[in-house]
Design a protein around this ligand. Structure first.
Ligand code: MG
Length: 381
C-alpha cells in the first residue's frame, strides 16, 4: 500500500549524554536516523520528510547518501512544530496514509508498517503499543497509591494516520500545550485511534545504556520463518522409487521429469517457501532438458544455497510421506541421514514420518504417493 512518512530527528536528545544529537550517532556504522529512513523505504514509503534541526539540513545528504525518496525539512522549536513542518512538505492528498516516526527508534520494520496500515483501514489512527508489565506506583519519595495497569499501554512509533486527518487535528490543537505524541492530537480532535501490537524492538533510544544494547541488537536481529511444501507423483513402470534421497526397490517406479522424488521436492518447496523464493518449478522448469532425470538432491542443495545467500539458516525440517506402499519404516533412518547430509543439518533436526490414507484417495488406490514438508529457518528480519 502506498504511504508517506515523517521521520522526526530534530531533537537534541540531551538524556542520551554528551556527543552528537542521538539521531546522528552511529549504530552499526550508520547514523541512527538512516536506519528508519532505510526501513521505511524498504517497507514501501513513497515519500519521506526527514525533519532535522535547521543547522543540520545540509548534513543530511551525507547521512542518507544513496537513498532516494526523502526530503530534508528544517524542524521547529518543539516536536509538534517539527511534525507539522514534515507534514507540510509531503505532497500526498488528504487520504494518503502517513506514518510519523521517531528517528530514535531504529528497528522499525515492514512488519510493523503493515500492521499499522491494516489497522488504519478501520480507524483515524493506529499506533503500536505494549502492555505495561510492571506494577505502577504514584508518589514522591513515598508511595501514595498503587495504580491499576488494566487498560494501560505504552505507545510507540511509527504512528499511522491519513494526511488530512493529522493536518486537521494539529490545526485544532490548543497553542501553548505540547502533545507527547501524534495520536494524542488526533484523539483530542475526536479521532478513533486503534491499538496494534507493539514490539520491544521499537524501543526508543534515550539513555546512554540504550545505545550499547542497540549496538548488540543491530547485528543480531533474526526471526524464525516457516515454509510448507507439498508434492505428489504418479506410479508407473519400474522396479524402484526414489524417496527422500533413498532408492527403494518397489513393484513400480514414479513418473516425473526428474527422479520424481516427491520427498525431496516437498522439502525443496518448503525451504523456498520459508525464504519466499518462489517454487521448485520456477528454479528448475520441467521444460528445461538439463533437469531430465536429474537427481533431486541437487534441487534441495540449491535451495539450501539460496537460503544461505539470504542469510537464512535451516533450523529443522519435518517430512511426511503418504502412501500405502512401499513401506517407509525400514528406510526411515536412511532417509533422515540422507536429508541431513544434503541439507548440512545434524540428524536430530531432521524428522521423517509416514502415514497411509487408509485406502482412500489416490494414495489409497496406489495411483501415486504424496509428500508434505515443513521447514523452519532463522533469517534476518
Ligand atoms: Mg515433484
Amino acid at each position: 500500500m502506498s504511504f508517506s512518512a515523517v521521520v522526526v530527528a530534530a531533537g537534541e536528545g540531551l538524556r542520551a549524554g554528551p556527543g552528537a544529537p542521538k539521531a546522528w550517532r552511529l549504530l552499526g556504522g550508520r547514523p541512527i536516523l538512516r536506519w528508519s529512513v532505510e526501513a521505511l523505504r524498504a517497507a514501501g514509503a513513497d515519500e519521506i520528510a526527514v525533519v532535522v534541526a535547521a543547522e543540520r539540513v545540509d548534513g543530511l545528504g551525507q547521512a542518507l547518501a544513496g537513498l532516494t525518496g526523502w526530503t530534508a525539512v528544517a524542524g521547529g522549536a518543539h516536536r509538534a512544530a517539527s511534525v507539522q513542518a514534515g507534514l507540510a512538505a509531503l505532497t500526498g492528498g488528504p487520504g494518503q496514509p502517513v506514518l510519523v516516526h521517531d528517528a530514535a527508534r531504529p528497528f522499525v520494520s515492514k512488519l510493523h508498517v503493515d500492521r499499522l496500515l491494516t489497522a488504519l483501514a478501520d480507524a483515524d489512527g493506529a499506533i503500536p503499543a505494549l502492555p505495561v508489565p510492571d506494577t505502577l506506583k504514584r508518589g514522591q519519595g513515598l508511595v501514595e497509591a498503587t495504580v491499576s495497569r488494566d487498560g494501560l499501554w505504552r505507545a510507540q512509533t511509527p504512528q499511522a494516520f491519513r494526511l488530512g486527518t493529522l493536518r486537521d487535528a494539529y490545526t485544532t490543537w490548543p497553542t501553548g500545550e505540547e502533545p507527547t505524541d501524534d495520536a494524542g492530537v488526533v484523539e483530542r480532535a475526536g479521532g478513533r485511534v486503534a491499538l496494534v501490537a507493539g514490539d520491544p524492538m521499537l524501543m526508543k533510544l534515550t539513555y546512554p545504556e540504550d545505545f550499547a544494547m542497540a549496538e548488540l541488537l543491530a547485528g543480531t536481529r533474526r526471526i524464525a520463518r516457516t515454509g510448507f511444501g507439498i508434492d505428489a507423483h504418479r506410479f508407473g513402470p519400474g522396479d524402484a522409487v526414489w524417496l527422500a534421497g533413498v532408492r527403494i526397490p518397489h513393484s513400480h517406479g514414479l513418473i516425473g521429469h526428474s527422479d520424481a522424488d516427491a520427498g525431496l521436492h516437498a522439502l525443496t518447496d518448503a525451504l523456498l517457501g520459508a525464504v519466499a523464493e518462489g517454487d521448485i518449478g520456477q528454479h528448475f522448469p520441467p521444460s528445461d532438458p538439463q533437469w531430465k532425470g536429474a537427481s533431486s538432491d541437487r534441487f534441495l542443495a540449491h535451495a539450501v544455497d539460496l537460503a544461505l545467500a539470504r542469510g537464512a539458516q535451516v533450523l529443522n525440517v519435518d517430512l511426511t510421506l503418504i502412501c500405502e506402499r512401499p513401506k517407509i519404516g525400514p528406510h526411515r533412518d536412511a532417509m533422515r541421514a540422507r536429508v541431513a547430509e544434503i541439507m548440512g543439518l545434524p540428524l536430530e533436526r531432521v524428522s521423517v514420518k509416514a502415514t497411509t490414507t487408509e485406502g482412500m484417495g489416490f494414495t489409497g488406490r496406489e495411483e501415486g504417493l504424496m509428500a508434505q514438508a515443513v521447514v523452519t529457518v532463522e533469517a534476518p528480519l
